[in-house]
Design a protein. Structure first.
Length: 121
């Protein structure tokens, strides 16, 4: 079975969200997929814009036990905290450089890894 996700041409990373659904990123978009029907229930484009050569992608994302999701945005230089049900933006925090990977280590603190300089945590 093939799932179209958001048809953005990405290389999806999937994470179980609950017993009934999972999340998958699709280049610049986050998707929530129903496990029973294997259909996309919600999508949200989290990185807009493009360069002369390509569209801009989102970085890695991580699910939190409280139902939120944190998303790195290397081209915006920030991280977003979104509700994992409808992807409504809950907060945004600037990050130095271009955050590619992100981990929420407390309710008020995140750790990122930069895309360009590959700096450590």
């Amino acid at each position: 079975m093939k799932i179209a996700l958001a048809d953005r041409g990405g290389n999806p990373v999937m994470r179980i969200r609950s017993a009934s659904d999972f999340l998958a990123d699709d280049y610049d978009t986050l998707c929530r997929v129903d496990i029973k029907t294997m259909s996309v229930r919600a999508t949200k484009r989290l990185q807009t814009g493009s360069t002369h050569f390509a569209r801009l992608f989102i970085g890695a994302y991580d699910l939190n036990p409280n139902g939120t999701c944190i998303v790195a945005r290397p081209h915006s230089g920030d991280v977003l905290l979104v509700d994992s049900e409808d992807f409504k933006e809950l907060s945004r925090a600037p990050a130095e450089g271009q955050p590619l990977h992100v981990c929420m280590v407390s309710e008020t603190r995140v750790v990122t890894r930069d895309w360009k300089d590959r700096s450590s945590l």
